[in-house]
Design a binder for this molecule. Structure first.
Ligand code: ARG
Length: 463
């Protein structure tokens, strides 16, 4: 019999039952549901709404149920619809009528809001840790490549020389913002909704703050209607997850490109690539491709949540049961991607010679020649035109700039002297870009030091 069947005279249609049930996917919140119920029961007892003995009996039984579920001794049933009613059913089966008192002054509407927040908060811990591990991997690999010269690109055309360290630290910065976004999202997750009831709170004298404290929430939701119908925190999480996946997809794309024969900048470890069933020579960057591909489903999760919530009248609507699969999918996907990403990165073998050779082609020091002319008194726009002419000449001669004789240089501008060659040296081009934010090894080293300190601070703070 359904827990809510009082006013019904007919059984639920089997099709309705299957369609309506969420146990297939919300059972994963059973520990959170039980923790929430324990806090609720102990508060009910403290407030004299149930007796102490009843409270203790309920709490002991809930703890047993948690263990029995973990051991696989209790099985959820579709009949009981969702995780909340499954656990309540287990409870009354165990302790009889006393179990029926647990749901006093509570609705599944505030209960589910509580459970999702607790579940998400626990998963934020896990994801935060994985994110920080990825940051540590980026920092470690970056610190090994302070002098590894590579071409920097715009429009995927060679632009100016940089170092691999600097390139990797760009991703460090992206993921740093992701950590900050995650921490910020958590501020809204940690609002305690229990006591909102179905929508209009309750006439019982609940001590909401006592529940809040037991469950480790930071503050109480401030409006009962909003308490049961707010899913902003889940949307914010999916938005964080989408931005993070976008960052990982950009990095993945570069790894895919770099591991192609055309670039030959990186060799992926055998453990983090796969072969082809037909082409014996193949080694494919599947991990990076899958991360890139899974970005799409996380965006999908965000759009699912935004769309589910769009135009919903206050307060709870059953539509909101659709929040969980999208949220869980985003959580699972982000975790899976982060889990493989750091080890893939740490086992990459960067082909330094190819990177450096790449930086020496494509006139990546052309801007430096223009800057050199500026230092000799030529206005930048004129210098730009002079160097353009020199580049064109070199393309025709199949040369790089630094291969030109001084006499040839002077045909483009008589301001050019013998010291031009050191200004065109690729390593010097990088080294002189030493202002804050620049790729010069000494500057990137400082950036890495700051990054390491930030990482340490983040590892210390738990939330
Ligand atoms: N399984 C439901 C959900 O996930 C729990 C809340 C149901 N509330 C209700 N009034 N039917 O949203």
């Amino acid at each position: 019999m359904k827990l809510w069947s009082g006013r019904f005279t007919k059984q639920t249609d089997k099709l309705t039952e299957d369609f309506n049930a969420s146990i297939a996917f919300d059972s994963r919140m059973y520990t959170q549901d039980i923790r929430g119920s324990i806090a609720h029961a102990s508060m009910l007892a403290k407030q004299g709404i149930i007796s102490f003995a009843e409270g203790e009996q309920i709490i002991a039984a809930l703890k047993e149920i948690e263990q029995e579920i973990a051991d696989g001794r209790l099985e959820f049933i579709v009949d009981a619809e969702d995780v909340h009613m499954n656990i309540e059913t287990f409870l009354t089966a165990k302790i009889g009528d006393v179990g029926k008192k647990l749901h006093t002054a509570r609705s599944r509407n505030d209960q589910v809001a509580l459970d999702i927040r607790m579940y998400l908060n626990d998963e934020i811990d896990n994801i935060r840790e994985l994110l920080l591990e990825t940051e540590a991997a980026l920092l470690q690999v970056s610190s090994e490549h302070l002098e590894t010269i590579m071409p920097g690109y715009t429009h995927l055309q060679k632009a100016q020389p940089i170092t691999l360290a600097h390139h990797l630290m760009a991703y460090f910065e992206m993921l740093r913002r992701d950590v900050e976004r995650l921490d910020d999202c958590r501020k809204r997750v940690l609002a305690m909704p229990l006591g909102s009831g179905a929508l209009a709170a309750t006439g019982f004298n609940l001590d909401r703050d006592c529940v809040r404290e037991q469950l480790g929430f930071d503050y109480l939701t401030r409006n009962s209607l909003d308490g049961v119908s707010d899913r902003d925190f889940a949307i914010e999480f999916c938005s964080f997850a989408s931005i993070l996946m976008m960052h990982l997809s950009r990095f993945s794309e570069e790894i895919i490109l770099w591991s192609s024969d055309e670039f030959s900048f990186v060799q992926l470890d055998d453990g983090f690539s796969t072969g082809s069933s037909i082409m014996p020579q193949k080694k494919n960057p599947d991990i990076a491709e899958l991360v890139r591909g899974k970005t799409g489903r996380v965006y999908g999760d965000l759009v699912t949540l935004l769309t589910v919530m769009k135009s919903l009248p206050l307060a709870y609507n059953k539509d909101m049961q659709e929040d969980k699969e999208a949220l869980f999918d985003a959580i699972d996907t982000v975790k899976k991607c982060l889990l493989v990403f750091a080890p893939m990165l740490k086992t990459c073998r960067f082909q330094k010679e190819n990177m450096a050779a790449g930086a020496r082609r494509g006139f990546t020091n052309a801007t430096d020649l223009a800057d050199y002319l500026v230092s000799k008194g030529l206005p930048f726009r004129d210098a730009h035109a002079v160097v353009g002419q020199a580049v064109l000449y070199c393309i025709e001669q199949q040369k790089v700039l630094e291969e030109m004789e001084l006499a040839t240089f002077k045909t483009f501008s008589d301001r050019i002297e013998a010291d031009v060659y050191e200004h065109l040296d690729i390593m010097n081009c990088v080294a002189k870009r030493s202002i804050p934010g620049g790729p010069a090894p000494e500057t990137v080293k400082k950036a890495q030091l700051e990054a390491a300190q930030w990482l340490e601070r983040m590892q210390d703070v738990h939330k």
